[in-house]
Ligand binder design. Structure first.
Ligand code: SF4
Length: 260
């Protein structure tokens, strides 16, 4: 078993996604903890704007669930230099997801032990009802994400697994709502079956086992240049990737939103 992971390392949706994107990027960011220099390619322009706008929307929705007055939040959105944020906030406030209910936990982190490892989920909103658990995730994608790809995303698996294990929900169904700010009427909803949860546990456990079993020189660069397009470590690899891959764009955007 590899000893190169920092002691007490906590696995999460973002570092597992980074590993799945590219083992070398995982090594640079989470093991060597290297800073990232300016990217080589066009990642910077629209990517940085999208990340800032997405981060602002998450912050406003978080404050909304903490009880901050909606008018105050509107004025903050209007003052933000990207007009999309106001539009997204209005759509959110008009959506059923803005309903304030008991036992809602915005920007909530939970951690579980999985096969002797720590696994963390950072939920945008967790609703622990007496007879159900709902996970909400706000997204600001430029195109509506594919349902099958979302279902197989590390994030979906980690969220469902942590929500079930951390909240003693063996008898409570767990569902997940991906709400897209630019497609507010097309939420993507998953209701997880017991078999799916077993499969998620197996997949995530195997992924963690793989990471821990690698020697340093096995954290190799991805052969899929799509992943390089928006990677923060392009300069280390002298790669600019293939621009306009939406899935890669979303993967790195999410990692940035969660960790920067
Ligand atoms: S630029 Fe490509 S190969 Fe290099 S770390 Fe990033 S994703 Fe991996």
């Amino acid at each position: 078993m590899s000893e190169i992971l920092p002691r007490g390392f906590v696995f999460s949706q973002s570092n597992l996604q980074a590993f799945q994107n590219c083992r070398f990027s995982f090594m640079l960011r989470y093991i060597r903890k290297l800073p990232w220099p300016s990217p080589l390619s066009a990642r910077s322009a629209s990517f940085e704007l999208d990340q800032a706008a997405g981060s602002m929307l998450h912050s406003l929705i978080h404050q909304y669930f903490l009880g901050i007055d909606a008018e105050l939040l509107r004025s903050c959105a209007e003052a933000f230099p990207d007009a999309r944020v106001s539009r997204w906030l209005e759509r959110f406030l008009a959506s059923p997801y803005s309903e304030i209910l008991p036992n809602q936990y915005p920007e909530h982190s939970q951690q579980i032990a999985l096969g002797g490892n720590l696994l963390l989920a950072k939920f945008d909103l967790l609703h622990l009802d007496d007879d159900a658990i709902q996970i909400c995730d706000w997204k600001t994608s430029r195109i509506l994400l594919n349902r099958v790809r979302l279902q197989n995303r590390i994030q979906t698996m980690v969220y469902a697994l942590v929500a079930v294990s951390a909240n003693d929900s063996k008898t409570r169904p767990v569902s997940m709502y991906y709400w897209e700010a630019d497609f507010p009427d097309n939420p993507i909803i998953f209701e997880f079956s017991p078999q799916q949860l077993i499969d998620f546990r197996k997949t995530i456990t195997n992924l963690i086992h793989t990471i821990k079993s690698l020697s340093p020189d096995e954290f190799i660069r991805t052969t899929n240049l799509n992943h390089c397009s928006y990677c923060e470590y392009q300069t280390y690899c002298s790669r600019v990737g293939i621009p306009k891959d939406e899935q890669a764009y979303q993967d790195w955007l999410e990692i940035g939103l969660l960790e920067n």
